[in-house]
Design a protein. Structure first.
Length: 289
């Protein structure tokens, strides 16, 4: 599949029907376009099966509730729709995007209670999110933007509007020759990358930020389980910026990122060590079981 995402062959599930890819459009006065009233999921299928599909569907429903709307489909209906989309794509390995949003309707101000909730699901081929970083480690910038306080945003929702500062941070990082940026939170603690959670290794133990003001990723939770199954101590805690110098290894986790080693964050460097390689390789095996 090639070309812009609006000009491709195939089909997209939209509001209960499979429609031609190029016809999957919305009106310019769609509420979500103006006020970010949208939630989404990024999922990956391996060998024709979406990894932890139901968990993603459940989170999509929760995210919608957190930003005050209800998705008009059950978990089972969403699961059936994703299976239909994946089958129609003809892909065994695919990225799957489910999105729900407030559409165009009678309201066009901040309030949108009268507007319909729309849902769509698409699938496409998407390779390694960070290119060849799985071999040599990704290079990260440090963002000037911080993850906001939970008192200011629904920080545990996978809501589209929360990614605005992530887009800005990633653009700035790419301009500096990096593939992504690490963000601090509103208190100055290490938080996450723009679309992935972060892990560090020191003296055989793993340290990862406490997700108290950002998304507790499904891949993050999977990897923590893998580490604990190996008897490795995992510290979920607040991490200060000055601690970066003492960490030996680092990796990112996310549906798109999978498990990606990090070689550098700002002026701090990390080795792509044995534990990082083991977790990355084991995760690749796990998702294909």
């Amino acid at each position: 599949m090639a070309g812009g995402y609006d000009d491709r062959d195939g089909h997209i599930w939209m509001d209960g029907k499979m429609i031609p890819w190029r016809d999957a459009n919305v009106h310019i006065l769609t509420h979500a376009m103006h006020y970010a009233s949208s939630v989404f999921e990024g999922e990956r299928a391996y060998n024709g099966k979406i990894f932890k599909s139901r968990e993603h569907s459940e989170r999509l429903k929760r995210s919608a509730e957190m930003i005050d709307f209800e998705i008009p489909y059950s978990i089972d209906e969403l699961e059936a729709a994703k299976a239909e989309v994946l089958a129609a794509s003809g892909l065994q390995d695919a990225y799957v995007r489910a999105i729900a949003w407030r559409g165009a309707g009678e309201d066009m101000g901040v309030a949108s209670q009268k507007n319909p909730v729309r849902v769509a699901i698409a699938a496409w081929e998407w390779g390694a999110y960070y290119g060849d970083a799985k071999m040599k480690g990704a290079k990260l910038d440090i963002s000037k933007w911080k993850r906001p306080s939970p008192e200011t945003i629904p920080c545990h929702a996978k809501a589209a509007g929360l990614y605005m500062i992530c887009t800005m941070s990633k653009h700035a990082a790419e301009a500096n020759g990096c593939s992504d940026a690490m963000m601090f939170d509103h208190r100055g603690y290490v938080a996450e990358a723009t679309g992935a959670n972060i892990f560090f290794v020191k003296n055989g133990e793993v340290h990862t930020p406490d997700p108290d003001c950002f998304l507790n990723g499904i891949t993050r939770q999977t990897v923590i389980g893998m580490l604990k199954d190996r008897g490795i101590t995992v510290h979920e805690r607040h991490i200060m910026p000055e601690e970066l110098e003492g960490f030996e290894q680092c990796w990112l986790t996310g549906t798109a990122a999978e498990v990606t080693p990090v070689g550098q964050i700002g002026d701090y460097t990390f080795e792509v060590g044995a534990l990082t390689r083991d977790i990355a390789e084991s995760y690749e095996k796990l998702v294909r079981e």
